[in-house]
Design a protein around this ligand. Sequence first.
Ligand code: 5RP
Length: 223
Amino acid sequence: MTQDELKTLVGQAALHYVVPGEIVGVGTGSTVNKFIDALATMKDRIAGAVSSSDASTQRLRGLGISVFDANEVGDLPVYIDGADEIDGAGCMIKGGGAALTREKIVAAQSRRFVCIVDESKQVQVLGRFPVPVEVIPMASQRLARQFAAMGGIARLRVKDGQPLVTDNGQHILDVAGLAISDPLRFESEVNQWPGVVTVGVFAHQKAAVCLLGTAAGVKTLLF
Ligand code: 5RP
């Protein structure tokens, strides 16, 4: 099976976790796009969605699914999103699609995080994928030096020759060379640094369930 087919498989499998009559939290990325397409088949049985990016909002609305502002609604039963890496405890690296801040907000508003990934995303220790960190632009060089002091190499994410600007008007540092053996501690520490908006380690908002796309089908991992 191709990676794209595995993404389709887990996107469809995630429908099982959507609670009929309720609002579902929706992440961002190519795997979530498969989920959104599948969600359209049951759009008349859900109240709508809270979205984690302008891109997902556009796709949801394009398929006739109502999108609510996070402030208009209370807790959500479930949040469905992909990840760039997931470890054996359900901690993740996210933000490859630059949507990490809103993803963490919607995840925090949801009672259950269901992560949908193909098996290439499974790791023992987080850090093979450079950790995305959304930062206030004026702090980016100082923060790059702070990451260097812990052994990381931080690069400003660029798009079309210019620093990428997130949906929130901020920049992204991608930090390579870290082996994150204690994700909770790492997330807590980096969150304290002035100028950090969101660190792309999801340990406080980790997955409760992972639907893992494998050649043998979808495996369900519970954390
Ligand atoms: C976006 C994310 C995505 O969930 C992550 O990058 C995985 O994306 P994809 O499903 O395209 O591999 O965190 O900010």
